[in-house]
Design a protein around this ligand. Sequence first.
Ligand code: NAD
Ligand code: AKB
Length: 327
Amino acid sequence: MIKEKILVIGACGQIGVELTLELRRIYGGSQVVASDLREENELLKGTGPYVSLDVMNKEMLHVQVIRQNVTQIYLLAAILSATGEKNPNLAWSLNMQSLLNVLEIARDEQVKKVYWPSSIAVFGPTSPRVLCPQHTIIEPITVYGISKYAGEFWCNYYHHRYGLDVRSLRYPGLISYKSEPGGGTTDYAVEIFYDALSENRYDCFLKEDTFLPMMYMPDAIRATVELMEAEEKNITVRTSYNIAAMSFSPSEIGAEIKKHLPGFEITYQPDYRQTIAESWPQSIDDRIARNDWHWKPAYDLAGMTVDMLKYMKPAIEARNRKNGKVH
Ligand code: NAD
Ligand code: AKB
């Protein structure tokens, strides 16, 4: 049996760090090559190989795929919704060209599987707001959403035209404590924990009643691995699967945190991200993922909050120690 050799691109980001660690646990440290533009993340150091790689440099990427005998690629490099609105051309260019580079090289080198995440950002104001279905009106208003929707169709195209086994999930907002989020509209749901634990207050950039679909990172990592390990015959969606876990508003997560930190206070100063958030559905219908490869989330708002408060405290203390704030 050929051993898998996995290349993770964007391995130092919010998802990349945790996904790389999980893939290394499953396939062995040396079988998973982490790559990014940034310096290697502290948590990845010593757990497996790391290469500095710009996914926009197609030749460099091609060389790595050949040199490392790569059999699977996970492409996580992207510019997210909030940062994307500040520089739409750059977001379009990175989000599209990185995917086309990966798909082309995967096809040329007969890479067995490709993973590329999409997002709930594909949906727009004309999509159903509650339990948004897999197949529906999709008219995104952010450059990030447009790039994700176009990317979904490129994945579908490479699958049907060239037989490339490319798989994808439309992640909701992801909540985690191991590495910081990178410029999304849903980032408030991570920031709130940092500020609650450091200052016992949080000034939210969304309105109190803005409901959004969210997921705790352990569920997102498990969903990714389960999708990639599912039998090919069970994969019926070759654009990108809806997946869901929980939906809440800033005031609801604030109230949940207050149960554990009684003095916690939340205030609201909505900015340009409010328009983005309001264009997305409040909740997602993920029945097809549940049927096809038995997707089921483990964490709800209460369970995620307990876990985040428990593990984020030591993470903040470690970060403060590193920055010389605490001795
Ligand atoms: P992130 O911004 O935290 O990480 C992206 C990583 O890509 C960064 O480490 C960055 O340095 C790297 N990168 C950027 N440009 C690069 C380049 N040219 N070459 C190589 N690496 C480069 O993002 P994330 O939150 O980990 O998201 C990963 C993927 O998941 C993205 O496609 C994103 O759209 C998608 N997604 C994320 C969320 C979420 O809530 N985090 C939700 C839906 C979809
Ligand atoms: C963002 O807010 O941009 C991301 C996403 C939902 O894709 N977290």
